[in-house]
Every structure is written in structure tokens, then in C-alpha cells.
Design a protein around this ligand. Structure first.
Ligand code: B12
Length: 222
């Protein structure tokens, strides 16, 4: 998504970035409001301001320059700002494109990215059944069956999440239901290579690309 900010808009994106790093929810929510007023598309505010900020927090946490309580505050600040931006996502196709079962896999409580995926799919015409986070693999399959879903979408941010994605697909195969659904994955440690390796139908690096991926897999023309 190509968004070229002017100087004023860039200053607001920088403020979002810094407010997330500082874990300052009030500042972050304020900056999110300013970004809307300044005409920054909400997804650009997320992808060019908030997300680089939270990734920087993750990097500092990895280098032990920030600690868990600070990462929690940064996550809260980001969630506050996303809450301001989400209602303003541009609406795409409003017809019913299909049903997606979405969740963060067992053992993993990261859900900021998953929630953005949910919001974008929803405004683009998908019915999303959000199982939340820390979702047992059988739940993905049971709900897909109950809801006659089209797509099963798994999110995971921890390296330890990866085997759970593989196991869900294996269990679908064992249950003889694998071919009924398109299975897609996303989140930090996932990749196209990993998706191919476990026999998933697709991987997307961003929520925006995730919508395109779902459209593609269901044969929906852009
Ligand atoms: C915020 C955060 C937290 C918050 C989570 C709050 C919440 N409600 O989600 C808190 C503070 C609670 C937290 C806890 C922990 N965290 Co943490 N966390 C992060 C951090 C900084 C940012 C994650 C994030 O929200 N990113 C922003 C969103 C928008 O990006 P995203 O998730 O990638 O999603 C985008 C795409 O990936 C895609 N996408 C996501 N899911 C899906 C799914 C599909 C189907 C598709 C198509 C696309 C898609 O779309 C999204 C939007 O474009 C990351 C660092 C990082 N670089 O990711 C560490 C990180 C993931 N955490 C880490 C760790 C270690 C932990 C803890 C174990 C720490 C601890 N000692 O307790 C716990 C985990 C507890 C658990 N059991 O899950 C490590 C993981 C290391 C690893 N390799 O496994 C990281 C990488 C930090 C680090 N550098 O060490 N964390």
C-alpha cells in the first residue's frame, strides 16, 4: 500500500511511533485522532506509525533494553490507537464473500495483529468468526465444520506457535476434512516457506495482503 505522507502527516506518524514506544496510551490515542483529521488512511497510520513502533519495542525487549511491563504498556497504547482507527477503515465489497474462522493458536496470547486481520476482512465482505487467542487446534476444526466455513486462518507470534499450525492441518487430514477448507497462516515467525512446508494454502505478511489472499483462494476477482 503506497502512502506518501507530507511533512505534517509524517510528524503524526512519528508521534504514533514514539507514543507506542513510550507506552503512553493517552498520547497514542490523541495521535490516532490527529492522523484521521490529517487525512492519513487508518491502515497507513497502523502500518507506518504504530507497527514500526511496536516492532521496535519487540526488538528492544529482545535485546533486554525493555522489559515485560513496558511491553504490556506499549501493547495497550497500540490497542488504544487501533481502537480509534479501526472504525474508519475504508469499506470494500459488502456482499458476503465467505466465512473465515480466525484465531491465535494455543499457547499464544498475541492478538493485536489478528484483530486487525479480523477488522479488515470484515469491512471487505467476509463473515469472520473470531475464536480469540490461545485457541486449541480442535476448536478451529470444530467451528469450521459447525459454520460450514470457507477459510481457516491461524495467527501466531511465538516460534512455539508454528507446530500448532502444522498439527491443525494434520488433524484436518486425519479427520478427512482438509480439502473442505482453505487454510492460511500469518504472524511473526510464519513465512511462505513454512506455509508450503506444512501444506497450508497460503501465507500473508500483512492483514491487507491477507484480504487479497482470501479473495484469491476463493477465486474472487479484485
Ligand atoms: C505486543 C507484544 C506482546 C504483548 C501482546 C499483547 C496482545 N494483546 O497481543 C504482550 C506484552 C502481552 C506480550 C507477551 C509475550 N510476548 Co510478545 N510481543 C509483542 C510484540 C512487541 C508486538 C506484537 C504485535 O502486536 N505486533 C503488531 C501487529 C500489528 O503485527 P503482527 O502481529 O505481526 O500482525 C500483522 C501481520 O503479521 C499479519 N498477521 C497476523 N496474524 C495473521 C494471521 C493471518 C491468517 C494473516 C493472513 C495475517 C496475519 O497481519 C497483522 C497486521 O498487518 C512482539 C515483537 C514483534 N516484532 O512482533 C513481541 C514478541 C512476539 N513477544 C515475544 C515474547 C517472548 C513474549 C512472551 C513469551 C514474553 C514473556 N516472557 O512472557 C509473552 C507471550 C505470552 C504468550 N503465551 O503468548 C517474542 C517472541 C519470540 C519468539 N520467537 O517466539 C517477541 C518476538 C519479542 C522478542 N523480540 O522477543 N507480547
Amino acid at each position: 500500500m503506497a502512502f506518501e505522507p507530507n511533512d505534517d502527516q509524517q510528524a503524526i506518524l512519528d508521534e504514533l511511533f514514539q507514543a507506542v514506544i513510550n507506552g503512553d496510551t493517552d498520547r497514542c490515542v490523541d495521535a490516532a485522532g490527529q492522523s484521521l483529521a490529517a487525512g492519513i488512511p487508518p491502515l497507513a497510520a497502523i502500518e507506518s506509525g504504530l507497527t514500526p513502533g511496536i516492532r521496535e519495542v519487540g526488538d528492544r525487549f529482545g535485546r533486554m533494553e525493555m522489559f515485560l511491563p513496558e511491553m504490556v504498556l506499549s501493547a495497550e497504547a497500540m490497542q488504544g490507537a487501533v481502537g480509534v482507527l479501526e472504525p474508519h477503515f475504508a469499506t470494500g465489497d459488502s456482499y458476503d464473500k465467505g466465512t473465515v474462522i480466525l484465531g491465535t493458536v494455543k499457547g499464544d496470547i498475541h492478538d493485536i495483529g489478528k484483530n486487525i486481520v479480523k477488522a479488515l476482512l470484515t469491512v471487505n465482505g467476509y463473515q469472520v468468526i473470531d475464536l480469540g487467542r490461545d485457541v486449541p487446534l480442535t476448536d478451529f476444526i470444530d467451528r469450521a465444520e459447525d459454520e460450514d466455513a470457507d477459510i481457516v486462518a491461524m495467527s501466531g507470534l511465538l516460534t512455539t506457535s508454528l507446530p500448532l499450525m502444522r498439527d491443525t492441518i494434520r488433524l484436518m487430514q486425519d479427520d478427512g476434512v482438509r480439502d473442505k477448507y482453505r487454510v492460511i497462516i500469518g504472524g511473526g515467525p510464519t513465512s511462505q516457506e513454512y506455509a508450503d512446508g506444512i501444506g497450508a494454502d497460503g501465507y500473508a505478511n500483512t492483514a491487507f495482503d491477507g484480504v487479497e489472499l482470501c479473495d484469491q483462494l476463493l477465486g474472487i476477482e479484485a
